[in-house]
Design a protein around this ligand. Structure first.
Ligand code: SF4
Length: 340
């Protein structure tokens, strides 16, 4: 009954129209921790630039990060790139066909390996992510106290449709994403409701408490170029990527505030103030000279920008127009303060 529901209700998503293992792999990496709507936009752009595994393997890391810009969690892009290089250089460009073989590649864990092996190669491997865990727990009537990972995996393997494992895995993910929702499961529309022990009585998981922080950045545009600052190579978040030069709280001149952006990363809601220092002297520009550089606005789509930098530059009209339409994967409610 789950597969009949999936056949009738599956969303038409670009990566469901292909059997190309590389294309399916890219989609699975992008979908980790990212909403489908955000992935759709970036997936088309990424696949347009890197249509084959070889084209990705032969690209520079900067090019890959630039194409990933706006999706967040950049470690995924780096691992995907490294894995493509490994397949290209060591495996003759042919991806492993089993979940076990795929797990030897950088950035591919139990979930992604099972998803790719089942969808692309038809291997009977159960893919269990947070969505699938939630569905299984509700169907079985389990909660956090009696559903260790091993028990959930056993249930996933037991339920797996071995004739159509790829469709089954996608159906479970689809059910978790569209019907068996974390806070308000739509049990009346659920295809497995007759089998379900809880039917929505059991709502799992409290939302993580969000923290609030304020940060400030400088925006400086001169003669068609903008000043950017590179994050330290050993930063835990987005190492080596380019952003607007950060300003210390006390160094932000209130009269020059041109934009306020709300930006959410994992469990923190940032209020981001942007200060226009275009007319300020060189001495007033923040950032260590060795870490800052002027970039031509016309070439910014080639730069490995953080999602926030990309969003701000777009809003301030400092991003190439033909590349300015992609949204970042974060929510935002931004307020202009009289931008240039
Ligand atoms: S009946 Fe409700 S709780 Fe059970 S699997 Fe379906 S949507 Fe989830």
């Amino acid at each position: 009954m789950l597969l009949a529901w999936f056949d009738a209700h599956a969303r038409d998503l670009p990566w469901r129209r292909t059997r190309d293992p590389y294309a399916i792999w890219v989609s699975e990496i992008m979908l980790q921790q990212t909403r489908v709507a955000a992935v759709i936009e970036h997936y088309a752009r990424f696949m347009g630039r890197f249509p084959t595994l070889a084209s990705l393997a032969l690209a520079s890391e900067d090019e890959v990060l630039a194409m990933w810009s706006g999706l967040g969690y950049y470690r995924r892009a780096r691992m995907l790139h490294r894995a493509a290089q490994k397949v290209h250089a060591e495996l003759g460009g042919v991806m492993p066909r089993t979940a076990e073989g795929l797990r030897d590649l950088p950035g591919i864990g139990a979930y992604t390996s099972a998803a790719v092996a089942s969808i692309a190669f038809g291997e009977a491997a159960a893919a269990v992510d947070g969505n699938v865990e939630r569905v299984l727990m509700r169907i079985q009537g389990w909660d956090e106290t009696n559903a260790p990972a091993a028990r959930l995996r056993e249930a996933a393997v037991e339920f797996l449709d071995t004739a159509r494992p790829g469709d089954y895995n996608q159906a479970m993910m689809e059910l978790g994403a569209t019907i068996c929702l974390p806070r308000g499961p739509l049990c009346l529309q659920c295809p497995v409701q007759p089998l379900c022990a809880t039917r929505g009585e059991h709502v799992i998981g409290e939302r993580k408490k969000m923290q609030s922080k304020s940060v400030s950045y400088a925006f400086a545009r001169r003669r068609g170029r903008v000043l950017l600052s590179q994050r330290p190579k050993d930063a835990s978040l987005m190492p080596g990527m380019w952003e607007l030069p950060p300003l210390d709280a006390g160094a932000a001149p209130e009269g020059l505030r041109v934009l306020e952006v709300k930006h959410a990363i994992t469990v923190t809601n940032y209020t981001v103030g942007i200060y226009d220092l275009s007319e300020a002297g060189d001495m007033a520009l923040p950032g260590d000279a060795s870490a800052t550089r002027w970039f031509a606005v016309s070439a910014l789509h080639e730069v490995a920008l953080t999602g926030l930098a990309r969003k701000v530059l777009r809003k301030l009209g400092a991003f190439p127009k033909q590349h300015a339409d992609l949204k970042t994967s974060v929510t935002d409610t931004d307020q202009f303060m009289g931008a240039r």
